[in-house]
Design a protein around this ligand. Structure first.
Ligand SMILES: [Zn+2]
Length: 430
C-alpha cells in the first residue's frame, strides 16, 4: 500500500537538490577495500548492462502482459496462494535458482553472483486490498489498463519479472547476489506478515539491502510511516428502545469516543494522522444495541508522535465509556475491547545512505527525476531493523489505487522497468 496520492503530496523533492550532481558509489558493507567501487557511471560502460537496459525497453510489452496476467489471478491478503503459484512458475521459467515458497507464502528465487554477499533482496507484494470474489478481469483501452490491483502491486510484480528477464537475456554478472521475492501480506490487515517472516526467519541475517517495487510512478521512499490500527468493540446488555430506555448505549459510547478522536491535535511535521475508517453495530432502529465496533488507523513518520497519539486514543476510548456509563448512572454497563489489528514499525534510511544515493544516481543516469518520499510499505520492516531499504515505484502512471476503478497508464512505463533493472545491478555490486 504505497498510498501514492499521499506519497505524491509529500514528495520531498526539495531534498533532492542536495543530491544533484552526485554519482554515488556503493557501500562497502562486505566489499574488498582494495577493489575500486563501481559507480553507476562505470556500470553504464559495461556491455551487458547496456544490453540489459535495451532489453528492459524492448520487452516492455511483455512486462505489461505479465502485469495483466498476474492481476487476473485473485490475491486478497491471506489468499495469495494462486498468484504465488503463478510467480513461482515464472521464476522457474526464467532460470532463478532455489525457487521456493516459505511458510508464510512468500515466493523466493535466487540469482547468485560471484559471492553470496552483498545480498540484495528485491521484492513486490502479491496481495491486494480487494476481497475474494472481486472481479479482477483487466480491461485494456489504448494505453490504459483498468482492473483492481493493476498498479498496486501488479505493476511491481510485472517489473520484478521484467528485471529477471532483462538480466537473463543480457547475461549480466554481479559480484553480489540477488534474491527476488514476491511477498504476501503487505496490505491492510496483512500487516507486513510476509516481510516479517522473511526478515525474522526465512532469510534472517542474510539480507544486506532491500528494495520493494510498490505501485506506480517514479519515486524513492526512504521514510517508512508507522501505523497502529485498532478494532474497538463496545458492548452492553442491549434492550428495547422504549421499554428498556435508560440503559447505557454502546453506539452512544462509540460516538463519544469518535467525537474526542475528531478533536485530536497532531503535528504536521513529522506528519501524524488519524482516521476512523469503518464503523458498525446495532440490530434495529428500535433496539438499544448490544454491540458496536469501529476500526481506527493511526500513523506517523516518527515513533514518538505515534506513541503519544496512541496513548491519547486509548485514553479517549476509556473516557468515552466512563462518560456513557455515568450519563445513565450505570457504572460498568458498557465495556470495551481494544484489539490491535495492525502494527507497522517506523523507520527510515538516511538521505545520504549509499542505497538512497545509488537510487538517485540511477535515476539521473537514466534522465529521470526521482523525488524522495515517505510511504508505508514492506520497506518499513527492514528500516526498523536498520537494514538499508527503500521502496521505488514501478513506473507508468497509476490512478485510484485501492479502489475498484484502479487504472494504470502504460505511457513510457518502460522507464520504470529500466530504473529497476539498473538499480538492481547497481545494488548487487560490492
Ligand atoms: Zn502496495
Amino acid at each position: 500500500m504505497m498510498s501514492m496520492m499521499s506519497m505524491m503530496s509529500m514528495m520531498r523533492t526539495s531534498r533532492l537538490t542536495l543530491a544533484l550532481g552526485l554519482v554515488a558509489g556503493i557501500g562497502v558493507a562486505r566489499g574488498n577495500a582494495q577493489e575500486p567501487r563501481k559507480t553507476v557511471a562505470d556500470l553504464m560502460q559495461v556491455a551487458s548492462v547496456k544490453t540489459a537496459l535495451a532489453a528492459a525497453k524492448n520487452n516492455e510489452p511483455q512486462a505489461i502482459d505479465d502485469q495483466i496476467r498476474f492481476c487476473e489471478v485473485p490475491a486478497a491478503s491471506f489468499k495469495e496462494g494462486d498468484r504465488g503459484t503463478e510467480l513461482r512458475r515464472t521464476f522457474q521459467q526464467l532460470g532463478l535458482q532455489n525457487v521456493r515458497v516459505d511458510s508464510a507464502g512468500n515466493v523466493l528465487g535466487d540469482r547468485p553472483g560471484a559471492a553470496p554477499h552483498p545480498r540484495l533482496v528485491i521484492a513486490a507484494h502479491l496481495d491486494t486490498v480487494f476481497p475474494e470474489g472481486t472481479d479482477v478481469h483487466v480491461r485494456r483501452d489504448g494505453t490504459m489498463l483498468y482492473g483492481p490491483g493493476i498498479g498496486d502491486d501488479c505493476r511491481g510484480l510485472g517489473v520484478l519479472v521484467a528485471t529477471i528477464r532483462a538480466l537473463k537475456q543480457a547475461s549480466v554478472q554481479t559480484p553480489g547476489s540477488i534474491t527476488f521475492v514476491a511477498d504476501v501480506g503487505e496490505e491492510g490487515l496483512g500487516d507486513l506478515r510476509g516481510v516479517k517472516q522473511l526478515f525474522g526467519d526465512t532469510m534472517k541475517g542474510q539480507i544486506d539491502r532491500f528494495v520493494s517495487i510498490d505501485s506506480t510512478g517514479l519515486s524513492i521512499a526512504n521514510v517508512g510511516v508507522a501505523s497502529r490500527r485498532y478494532r474497538v468493540t463496545f458492548k452492553g446488555p442491549g434492550g428495547h428502545s422504549f421499554g428498556s430506555f435508560g440503559l447505557a448505549n454502546p453506539i452512544d459510547a462509540m460516538g463519544r469516543a469518535i467525537a474526542k478522536i475528531a478533536e485530536f491535535q497532531v503535528p504536521g511535521e513529522p506528519r501524524t494522522t488519524f482516521n476512523v475508517g469503518r464503523v458498525g453495530g446495532g440490530t434495529s432502529v428500535n433496539s438499544i444495541p448490544f454491540a458496536a465496533w469501529m476500526e481506527v488507523d493511526l500513523r506517523s513518520s516518527d515513533r514518538a508522535p505515534l506513541a503519544s497519539l496512541d496513548a491519547n486514543f486509548l485514553k479517549a476510548v476509556d473516557a468515552a465509556v466512563v462518560e456513557e456509563n455515568g450519563r445513565w448512572g450505570t457504572p460498568g454497563m458498557i465495556s470495551v475491547v481494544k484489539d490491535l489489528v495492525g502494527d507497522r514499525p517506523a523507520g527510515s534510511t538516511p538521505d545520504d545512505a549509499p542505497i538512497v544515493q545509488t537510487a538517485i544516481a540511477v535515476g539521473q543516469t537514466l534522465g529521470l527525476r526521482l523525488g524522495l518520499a515517505e510511504g508505508s510499505t514492506d520497506a518499513n520492516l527492514p528500516m526498523s531493523l536498520h537494514i538499508p531499504a527503500i521502496t521505488i515505484g514501478g513506473g507508468g502512471h497509476g490512478v485510484d489505487a485501492h479502489a475498484l476503478t484502479e487504472a494504470f497508464d502504460t505511457t513510457d512505463s518502460w522507464r520504470g522497468t529500466q530504473n529497476a533493472v539498473l538499480l538492481t545491478i547497481a545494488l548487487a555490486q560490492k
